[in-house]
Design a protein around this ligand. Structure first.
Ligand code: BG6
Ligand code: MG
Length: 209
């Protein structure tokens, strides 16, 4: 499947860079301000999940309820803190093998897209100095429906001018694997086979390829 692909669509958080730790610090601080604990185990539930849905999960963990306006303000506060943490990101935080694998794909003529839920994706790609490796960038600002809905990968595929069967998705989250399969694409899971059961192949990182 990897030999024949014409397009490769990468998730960002957990595939290209480990931003989960910064999301965690920001969410933990928000929870702390509301008077409850938010653990790393809780944070696992937010992987691949959109910002507002993540907030809903966090508030359910704390047993707290707020109206829409209050929730928007909280999500904004969390994001300002998160952006502060990631503003010092640089190339050294690229996950192992990322630059080599993407450069190799380009050399082979494979088109490359980003398919991420994050609204900070453009900023992060710039910080990591890899924006130039992507032919298309589809992020949380461009799509209405979050993974496991296939919209983000369908849009990326369309922007590359390809068909779903020509594309392979690289994903670390269960919801992302489901989104890739729902889009009719082959999916390489990055993580543990027992978690990413629906992926066509599971590896521990791009350095393996
Ligand atoms: C996903 C992350 O890539 O993006 C989630 O895995 C995050 O943890 C989501 O909540 C949205 O990110 P952002 O940067 O728009 O808050
Ligand atoms: Mg991810």
């Amino acid at each position: 499947m990897l030999e024949h692909m014409k397009g490769a669509i990468f998730d960002l958080d957990g595939v290209i860079v480990d931003t989960a730790k910064y999301h965690y610090l920001a969410w933990r601080s928000l929870a702390g301000g509301l008077g409850f604990q938010f653990t790393e185990e809780h944070n696992e539930r937010l992987k691949g999940v959109s910002r507002m849905r993540s907030l809903d999960i966090l508030l359910a963990i704390g047993g707290r309820e707020f109206n829409e306006a209050e929730k928007l303000a909280m999500a904004d506060k969390k994001n300002r803190l998160y952006v502060e943490y990631i503003s010092s990101l640089d190339e050294s935080e690229l996950l192992p093998g990322v630059r080599a694998y993407l450069s190799g794909l380009r050399a082979r003529g494979v088109a490359i897209a980003l398919g991420s839920a994050s609204k900070n994706a453009g900023f992060i790609l710039d910080k990591l100095n890899i924006a130039g490796l992507f032919d298309a960038v589809v992020d949380g600002n461009k799509v209405a429906r979050a993974k496991p809905d296939p919209e983000v990968f369908q849009t990326a595929c369309r922007e590359l001018g390809l068909q779903p069967e020509d594309c392979v998705v690289f994903e670390d989250a269960e919801a992302g694997v489901a989104a890739g399969k729902a889009a009719g694409m082959q999916v390489v899971g990055i993580g543990k086979p027992e978690v990413l059961k629906d992926a066509d192949l599971v590896i521990s990182g791009l350095h393996e390829l």
